[in-house]
Design a protein around this ligand. Structure first.
Ligand code: AMP
Ligand code: FE
Ligand code: FE
Ligand code: ZN
Length: 289
């Protein structure tokens, strides 16, 4: 492990305006540097469109950038997120699958807005006004439009109310099975890590037999240090990670002002990042030297 080329603290899960973060990739890198991080991964939902801008600014700011993405997957009615690091962003299968997901997200968001618009003043143009061109559209953009219209005070309030599945406006969108996504990431030279796997709902889906199936397909780690993970399933998954030699990561899941999560509130150890870098062959970290 000689010649480590990055510095800590290390935060491996953040979002920019390429998906549902509120800061551009450049602003995100400046915020990371200002908060004292040495290494950051940009992991927008279903898109790598922020990598180049983030890499340029990370270099200016003197921080290492790990290129990544948060892949939307689905098991029955539950959405399961897969972090993917250091894969080839030009891989044709990944490009096709993420384009399909982004399109499905757009159609689904329009359907949700149509339903909400029957009961509240809200139009699709309101949502587009909260979205940068080409961004991966999600409920956070609808939440911002609801806030702009005065139907909620914050994103979180919109999520707890109108956007909650119980409110009746929720609509799922197409996403592949996690097993398929892991295979795509592996085939593109990437390193797959299950994002916040101990949140309510998702934890029940990660039984040991299911996890073994994912590990056999190439799952490399579990993001267990994350504010939304619950204590009891986290303890169970720490044991499973140890038993199956998975790495454990920690990160903020920062979304700018769109969520209370702060950069660096959870971090990943240098030893774990070193293993991720050794395993990733589809792209290189953007080092500062
Ligand atoms: P979607 O994938 O479109 O269903 O929306 C889920 C996204 O909304 C996730 O990426 C979360 O980061 C974000 N999200 C979930 N809950 C909240 C919340 N309470 N406040 C802000 N963002 C949230
Ligand atoms: Fe998000
Ligand atoms: Fe997520
Ligand atoms: Zn995320």
């Amino acid at each position: 492990m000689a010649g480590v080329r990055f510095h800590g603290p290390i935060d491996l899960h953040t979002h920019s305006s390429v998906s549902d973060g509120t800061e551009t990739p450049a602003e995100l890198m400046r915020a990371a540097s200002a908060s004292g991080l040495g290494t950051i991964a940009i992991t927008d939902h279903d898109s790598t469109a922020g990598w180049d801008e983030a890499a340029r600014t990370a270099r200016e700011e003197g921080i290492t950038l790990i290129p990544g993405m948060e892949f939307s997957t689905r098991v029955m009615h539950s959405s399961v997120h897969l972090l993917a690091y250091l894969f080839d962003p030009a891989d044709a299968d990944i490009l096709a699958e993420t384009a399909r997901i982004r399109h499905a997200r757009m159609v689904r968001a329009e359907q949700m807005v149509r339903r909400i618009g029957a009961d509240y003043s809200l139009t699709w143009d309101d949502v587009l006004a909260q979205t940068t061109v080409g961004a991966t559209v999600g409920r956070p953009h609808i939440a911002d439009a609801l806030v702009a219209r005065g139907h909620a005070l914050t994103r979180s309030e919109a999520f707890a109310g109108i956007l909650h599945w119980r409110a009746g406006y929720y609509q799922p969108h197409y996403a592949p099975d996690p097993l398929h996504a892991i295979r795509l990431v592996k085939a593109a030279g990437g390193v797959p890590v299950l994002a916040h796997p101990a949140t309510r709902g998702v934890a029940d889906l990660v039984s040991e037999p299911r996890l073994i199936q994912l590990i056999e397909a190439g799952l490399f780690g579990l993001e267990l240090d994350h504010r939304e993970n619950k204590d009891e399933p986290t303890r169970r998954l720490v044991e499973l990670a140890e038993r199956h030699a998975l790495v454990i990561t920690g990160s903020s899941d920062y979304h700018g002002s769109g969520k209370p999560n702060r950069l660096g509130e959870n971090t990943t150890s240098p030893e774990v990042l070193e293993r991720i870098i050794e395993a990733g062959t589809g792209s290189e970290p953007f080092y500062i030297d």
